[in-house]
Write a protein that binds this ligand. Sequence first.
Ligand code: BTN
Length: 243
Amino acid sequence: MHIIKLNAIDSTNSYLRELASKKLLDDYTVVITKNQTKGKGQIGAVWNSEKDKNLTCSVFKRNSGVSIDNTFYISMVTSLAIIKTLQLFQVPKLVVKWPNDILSEQKKICGILIENVIKQQDIEGSIIGIGLNVNQTQFPDLPSASSLKNLTGTLFDVEELLARIIEQLKYYFEKLEYDKHDFIKRAYEALLFRRLKPSTFKDVEGNLFSGIIQGVNNNGTLQIQLEDDIVKEFELKEIQLLY
Ligand code: BTN
């Protein structure tokens, strides 16, 4: 693993993306920083992380045969690798809230931001950004956020966690390279928060509706069973899971 350690940077994803546009990167090139000053979250959100406390890193993964229709497998593989790592460290009650928020005891402890690097209309590779709350204990204005320290009472070594996550990423990406799509999807869906439970969602107009999460499609849309047993697919921007 080629690791680039930075004392401070605006966003490890932006840094690695820029690097990938300039030179040919090895698989699993990692950028990690102790102080991310302008972290990016999903759908234009910001990702705040207290200096010296958490894992904020990005991993470059060359595309090995994932077609444009199957890009969500990269997301599933990443969620699985993080959950598996955290299970090994005895972090309690881990699930993935679609599409890729990692929850423990129903609190968000990790966010994932995947950006694809496109060259000549092909996905050359992906920048896998991981923000894992490790030793931070205060989350002002974020009542649904927590950290490994808050959940387990223990302080963790951030670089040790990174090394274990990379091991698990290699394991699950190998499954993907060997076309074990069913295995990956089944493992992901088995960890999906509120799957097969009646839940309440909010659409973009602010209307609430009930439905039951069934699973995901290869392109990442969420399948929700609505009234009259109709199953409809939703994109991330279209809905919010409330409870
Ligand atoms: C989310 O909104 O849940 C995704 C958060 C992703 C945050 C990580 S921290 C490291 C990497 N660099 C970024 O700018 N974002 C990702």
